[in-house]
Design a protein around this ligand. Structure first.
Ligand code: VGL
Ligand code: ZN
Length: 199
């Protein structure tokens, strides 16, 4: 028997209004996400979890502006304001998120030299987080993704889920986007091309 899982991506203070990398309306999705957590067989949360001085922070690259792009050994990397630093308030889940019902929390971006948008692989697209093995071992074949941000961590996770043989759906009403230079439309198209269902 196959089961489904809800994957709640990065619903953390720093991605909500008032946070260091606030996504417009990021907090608006919390009530809907809470309802969904109750409706799925399983719920998994992801948590962006960077050490201080992480290489994805613009502040780690003298002269570089937030939201600019640099070339890293593993490819292009957008530089962000410092966010989701391990152990800080900004890295905590939104206070109203019913995180106690989650069966697993996947932390990502915890290695200084590499970022991780996808909850399956780090940004070199080859270092696994272990989530695929976890889902397979538990007989979970279908994943539904919600959270922040649609055009970064949600999209990269959904695309990797399809490539790994899971059936991936993104519930757009329960996501909010950063939308950097048209990234939302671009990533929506990319998700469709990979077979992700946008619902
Ligand atoms: C994210 C930028 C940097 C995300 C995480 O959760 O979409 N975006 N770190
Ligand atoms: Zn991050």
């Amino acid at each position: 028997m196959s089961a489904n899982a809800l994957i709640v991506v990065d619903l953390q203070n720093d991605f909500c209004p008032g946070g260091a990398l606030a996504v417009n309306g990021g907090d608006e999705i919390v009530p809907l996400v809470n309802r969904l957590i109750g409706e799925f067989d399983h719920a998994v949360l992801t948590q962006d979890w960077h050490p201080t001085g992480h290489s994805s922070f613009a502040s780690s690259h003298p002269g570089a502006d937030p939201f600019s792009t640099i070339e890293m050994p593993y490819g292009p990397q957008t530089l962000w304001p410092d966010h989701c630093v391990q152990g800080t308030k900004g890295a905590e889940f939104h206070a109203d998120l019913e995180w106690t019902k989650a069966e697993l929390v996947i932390r990502k971006g915890f290695r200084s030299a590499i970022d991780s948008y996808s909850t399956f692989f780090e940004n070199d697209h080859e270092t696994p987080t272990g989530l695929a093995g976890y889902l397979r071992e538990r007989g979970i074949s279908d994943v539904t993704l919600v959270g922040l941000a649609t055009d970064f961590c949600v999209a990269y996770s959904a695309i990797d889920a399809m490539r790994l043989g899971f059936k991936a759906t993104v519930l757009m009403d329960a996501c909010r986007a950063i939308d950097l230079g048209g990234s939302l439309e671009a990533m929506k198209q990319k998700m469709r091309d990979e077979g992700v269902v946008l619902a």
